[in-house]
Design a protein around this ligand. Structure first.
Ligand code: ZN
Length: 490
């Protein structure tokens, strides 16, 4: 059942059979957050996408080293080679040390990821902790003659690079197109060519974050940290490199160029990219007023939100779409996702209370097989969820006495739901649902005592139990199958 896993590789633009470089190990690098603001939906999607990949690969018995960085230096506003460092800008604005900003938002990011039940990566390196490694890479690229220094800054020479290695193979943009586009966008520059990008940048006098280097007091180009940290922790060539689709160009294209220029090889075998999130059909943007951070979702404190949404609803909503499809957030869609998730979780919760029969009308093997097939097909979580819903129907029919399941089938249903809902999709049952489980257990005891009273023809005790429960808005229903209970809304 754990047969062949296929993964869509952005590099080849097709699904490929997943064969790690080392049969039992997987190295995965994912671009992490730039910590200068509260985590939002744009952070949730890649984190959840690669959490699923991490969980599933571990389930397949791979020993996975998952590296996700924290960008805390050199990421300029506008992502170009000119402008202010995003973190330094925020620090100035709030009159704080840049490292105070970094610390504050790293903690906020970790808290949000924990709420979303994303497992922490194996290593979470920070750009500022790897300045030496980045300087070494710049030196090597200079030695190879694929970069040049101007006024204390160092740029990768894309034209020269392209003579040795194909530039643009990940994004599918050829150099001519890129040349035309960048020429139109960038004005005066010290670069030889507008397509060149900085790997070391001399700091302007007002720039707060700066380090000594052989070229100037400055800071590394944003693209460089991922190349330096991925090769340090995973080797020059590793299995999976992931991130959002918006990073394909220029960030990941630049990473490929840096790795080839420095180490003579591509960094990763498989490139995986999650698609973007829109809000009510529009791209998210601070200026558009539809920028909702995760805390606002959890508290409902935003003009566009009709109510609050628990972290698990947000997670389930994201998983209802394949990671390569776009997701559009709306109140309606979130409410629908929440209802679906509750259905799934309540079916999961009643499996233990199903009464086993001698025969079984349903074989859960088929569902299990289909669930694995969905995950093996490029981590197709929406298809996986639809197969789990087939299981929900069977469980509910059995509970209603319309279908028979033997103990083996019930055990299998339990195993499948535990595995796919909790371990692989990472849906955590909320604390109040756990409380519901306990109240259900307690109610079963009460109903059993009442059934005993009725057996002994002690009608007054049986009625007393029923009437007292009614005062608590709990209604007891008697049928030929036995008694059940439900909470009556006022
Ligand atoms: Zn990166």
């Amino acid at each position: 059942m754990k047969a062949e896993l296929s993964v869509y590789n952005t590099l080849s633009r097709k699904k490929e059979v997943f064969q790690p470089l080392n049969p039992s190990h997987v190295g995965m690098y994912v671009c992490g957050p730039t910590v200068y603001g509260d985590p939002h939906l744009g952070h949730a999607r890649p984190a959840i996408t690669f959490d699923i990949v991490f969980r599933y690969l571990q389930h397949l018995d791979y020993k996975v080293r998952y590296v996700r960085n924290i960008t805390d230096a050199g990421h300029l506003v506008g992502d170009g080679d000119e402008g202010e460092d995003k973190i330094a800008k925020k620090a100035k604005l709030e009159q704080l040390e840049p490292m105070e900003i970094v610390q504050h938002y790293t903690i906020r990011y970790h808290q949000a990821m924990e709420s979303l039940n994303c497992l922490p990566p194996s290593i979470e390196p920070r750009a500022t902790g790897h300045i030496m490694e980045q300087i070494e890479m710049v030196e090597k690229i200079l030695e190879k003659g694929l970069a040049y220094e101007v006024n204390g800054s160092v740029y990768l020479d894309v034209i020269k690079y392209n003579e040795r290695y194909p530039y643009g193979k990940l994004s599918g943009r050829n150099l001519e197109d890129t040349l035309e586009n960048t020429r139109a966008l960038e004005g005066q520059s010290e670069k030889k060519n507008p397509v060149d990008f900085s790997i070391w940048k001399k700091a302007a006098p007002e720039h707060i974050m700066r380090w000594s280097s052989p070229w100037s007091e400055g800071f590394p180009g944003w693209h460089l940290e991922c190349s330096a940290m991925s090769s340090k922790y995973l080797g020059n060539h590793f299995d999976i490199h992931g991130g959002g689709m918006d990073l394909v160009f220029p960030h990941h294209e630049a990473e490929i160029a840096q790795s080839n220029a420095c180490n003579d090889c591509d960094p990763a075998k498989y490139w995986m990219h999650n698609n973007m999130i829109t809000v009510n059909g529009k791209k998210m943007g601070k200026s558009l007023g539809n920028f909702i951070n995760l805390d606002q979702f959890f508290s409902g404190n935003h003009d566009l939100l009709e109510r609050s949404y628990p972290a698990m609803t947000v997670r389930f909503f994201i998983l209802q779409a394949h990671y390569r499809s776009q997701v559009d957030f709306s109140n309606q869609a979130l409410v629908a996702a929440e209802k679906g998730m509750e259905k799934l979780l309540s079916a999961h919760a009643i499996i233990d209370s199903l009464k086993a029969d001698d025969i079984s009308d349903f074989d859960f093997d088929e569902i299990k097989e289909k669930c694995y097939q969905a995950m093996n097909d490029d981590f197709n979580t929406p298809i996986l969820i639809s197969h789990l819903f087939e299981g929900v129907k069977v469980i509910n029919s059995c509970k209603a006495g319309k279908l028979k399941l033997d103990q083996k089938s019930i055990d299998q249903a339990k195993e499948i739901f535990d595995l796919f809902i909790e371990d692989i999709l990472g849906i955590k049952v909320a604390q109040d649902n756990k409380a519901n489980d306990i109240s259900d257990d307690v109610m079963q005891i009460v109903l059993e005592l009442r059934a005993k009273a009725k057996e002994g023809k002690d009608w007054s005790t049986a009625d007393l139990i029923r009437d007292e429960l009614k005062k608590l808005n709990i209604e007891v229903k008697d049928s030929s199958e036995g008694s059940s209970w439900e909470i009556k809304e006022n």
